[in-house]
Design a protein around this ligand. Structure first.
Ligand SMILES: [Zn+2]
Ligand SMILES: [Zn+2]
Length: 235
């Protein structure tokens, strides 16, 4: 957490003396005030060794146990809650300047994925990218590739527009995503990928991406996101 805040403050100092979340003056050159900093939870506690989500218990979460994901391992920098949600929303809505701080935090996590040999990202359809002006996952992937000194490979193509996932269950998300990505065998064979995405919720997008890459000959597929939803067992 401290490292991330330091990065954030260094990224903006001295031009920014206001809190990035509430807009209040911070005076010390940091870009998150102490109250807002408290609301951002970094993923440095107990996490599931497969999906990378924060958990309460040691070992695999029950979801990964019940249905082992198609990707080999996922890591994420923050927990997708409170301040983390707000930071990511800001990043997606034009706050592209936040990319360096996010990329630093994600790169630290990616260093655990030692055998990765290239970086890629979850694509948007051309239409969606034109509308937003940029693909935030590609921006992050480029920053991470530079920090890890790994090549960036554009491997996935989004060939089908999908519905907004927010209100869908895990099963509905999986069928919504079916067939939405394409990849070429020549880009996949023998490679170990780190695929960058913004947020991991149910892991349906990560699963679909990993399935196609492996079908086309990828050796391993890792997923790196800015944040992931905490795993809570439904009782
Ligand atoms: Zn604040
Ligand atoms: Zn898990």
């Amino acid at each position: 957490m401290k490292g991330f805040l330091k990065e954030l403050s260094e990224a903006f100092f001295p031009q920014n003396y206001t809190c990035d979340l509430c807009g209040r003056e911070t005076f010390d050159g940091r870009n998150l005030c102490p109250e807002c900093a408290e609301t951002v939870t970094m993923n440095d506690g107990l996490t599931c060794p497969v999906c990378g989500r924060r958990t309460a218990l040691e070992g695999l979460c029950f979801e990964c146990k019940a249905d082992i994901p198609a990707y080999d391992r996922a890591v994420s920098a923050m927990v997708y809650s409170d301040g983390g949600v707000k930071l990511i929303t800001k990043f997606k809505r034009g706050g592209a300047y936040l990319k360096a701080a996010f990329a630093d935090a994600m790169t630290d996590k990616c260093r655990e994925l030692k055998d990765a040999d290239c970086i890629s990202y979850i694509p948007m359809t051309e239409k969606a990218e034109r509308k937003r002006g940029y693909n935030q996952s590609r921006l992050l992937a480029e920053e991470i590739a530079e920090r890890l000194n790994l090549p960036i490979v554009k491997v996935l193509e989004k060939v089908k527009e999908t519905k907004e996932q927010k209100s869908l269950t895990k099963k509905e998300r999986e069928s919504n995503l079916k067939g939405c990505f394409a990849a070429r065998k020549a880009d996949c064979e023998g490679r170990t990928f780190i695929i960058v995405d913004d947020v991991m919720t149910t892991g349906a997008t990560a699963g679909e991406a990993a399935r196609i890459l492996k079908r086309k000959g990828a050796k391993k597929v890792y997923i790196a996101t800015m944040a992931s939803v905490e795993y809570k067992r439904e009782v």
